[in-house]
Design a protein around this ligand. Structure first.
Ligand code: F6R
Length: 364
């Protein structure tokens, strides 16, 4: 049931404030100031390494979470895509926890990777949307993301709910490892509780994104750039766009621009720059200026301050609500999704059932 929306994807994008709220509530105690986890989760002070494995969009949730676990919890993380991990037969060192992220919980490569580490890692954790799935059943602890059924082939609400649960888990790890005080934990939880409202505000930018998408839909190639927490988001934005609009899109870490992709820049290749006014903003803006200097057309996705400081010579810009830097990936997923959605509409492609793709990839 599309509940009055034209597509499941539109409905699922719009549901995000509610389902993220739901995911947060499920992992908070009754007072809303502390975390509430299954007892089977490890004490992360006893863990020296976290290995995260997934495919596609779920792997971008892992790449985002790496920044959280390493920065907030000081826990070394490696992220791998499941199809590579499973055949490389990587050594698993003592005191390693393995974490698998999957919306369906049935992705063949992710399940095979889980089976490979099951008797090698100290703990096997999964972050899934389907609690009775194979991946959930075969892990020591399954953490449901509570996103509700996702029908659109392009993952939207599952991605932001995965991020929400992974952020909460990074806070637990940080607290277990004495990297944050109880008070700092509560501050993080308070800012997270404000996020669904800010996501609601971001959704009101849908019309502005439709106008941008209208211009974007003529392109045959699009570049996405981001640094730090925005790098995995750039990857996600590019994946979403290519999946449903069939426009070729590629993402790079902004710092990689001059190591190759800048050769592609010309007026026919729009460049989407994802850059909240964070600690890396100036670096990203200087990469953006290099694009503009080569007649590249920039779509700058930022916040009000970022727009004031850097939007002068860009083609389009969009100002999102201002949120703490650690939470920007969850918020900036919204314009990435809406840009892809409206571009697909402008091109007349099948948004919910893009060609050649299946919702659940149970064969490798
Ligand atoms: C992209 C998308 C895919 C999935 C991937 C993993 O929009 O939906 O990239 O993220 O196939 O699927 P799950 O999460 O079910 O393991």
């Amino acid at each position: 049931d599309k509940a009055g929306y034209k597509h499941f994807m539109a409905k699922e994008i719009a549901e995000q404030p509610a389902v993220i709220q739901n995911a947060i509530t499920k992992y908070l105690d009754e007072a809303g100031t502390g975390l509430n986890w299954p007892e089977t989760l490890p004490d992360f002070s006893q863990v020296d390494r976290l290995t995260m494995v997934a495919c596609g969009t779920a792997s971008y949730a892992c790449f985002t979470a790496k920044y959280w676990f390493e920065r907030i919890a000081r826990l070394p993380v490696e992220v791998d895509i499941a199809s590579e991990f499973r055949y490389r037969e990587p050594p698993v060192t003592p005191r390693t926890a393995a974490l698998f992220v999957s919306q369906s919980g049935e992705t063949a490569d992710t399940l095979a990777a889980l089976r490979y580490v099951r008797d090698k890692a100290d703990h096997v954790i999964s972050v899934v949307n389907v609690p009775e799935s194979s991946i959930a059943r075969e892990s020591d602890t399954a953490l449901p993301i509570h996103a509700g059924v996702e029908v659109g082939v392009a993952s939207t609400k599952a991605f932001t709910c995965q991020l929400t649960v992974l952020f909460l888990l990074a806070l637990k790890a940080a607290h277990d490892r004495d990297q944050i005080t109880t008070e700092q934990l509560q501050d993080h939880l308070a800012t997270l509780r404000a996020l669904p409202g800010q996501i609601n505000d971001a959704l009101t930018l849908s019309d502005a994104l439709r106008d941008i998408a209208h211009d974007l839909s003529d392109a045959s190639d699009v570049l996405f750039l981001g640094r730090g927490l925005m790098y995995p988001l750039a990857l996600e934005g590019a994946l979403k766009l290519k999946e449903i609009s069939y426009i070729h899109a590629e993402a790079y870490a902004s710092g990689e621009l001059k190591h190759g992709p800048i050769a592609l820049v010309d007026p026919t290749v729009p460049v989407v720059v994802m850059a909240p006014r964070d600690s890396l903003f100036d670096k990203t803006v200087s990469n953006m200026q290099e694009v503009i200097a080569r007649s590249g057309r920039v779509i700058l996705i930022t916040d009000a301050q970022g727009r004031d400081e850097a939007a002068e010579d860009v083609w389009h810009s969009l100002a999102l609500p201002t949120v703490p830097e650690v939470l920007t990936p969850i918020l900036y997923a919204i314009p990435a999704q809406l840009l892809a959605y409206h571009t697909a509409i402008a091109k007349g492609t099948d948004v919910d059932q893009p060609r050649n793709l299946a919702k659940s990839v149970t064969v490798e």
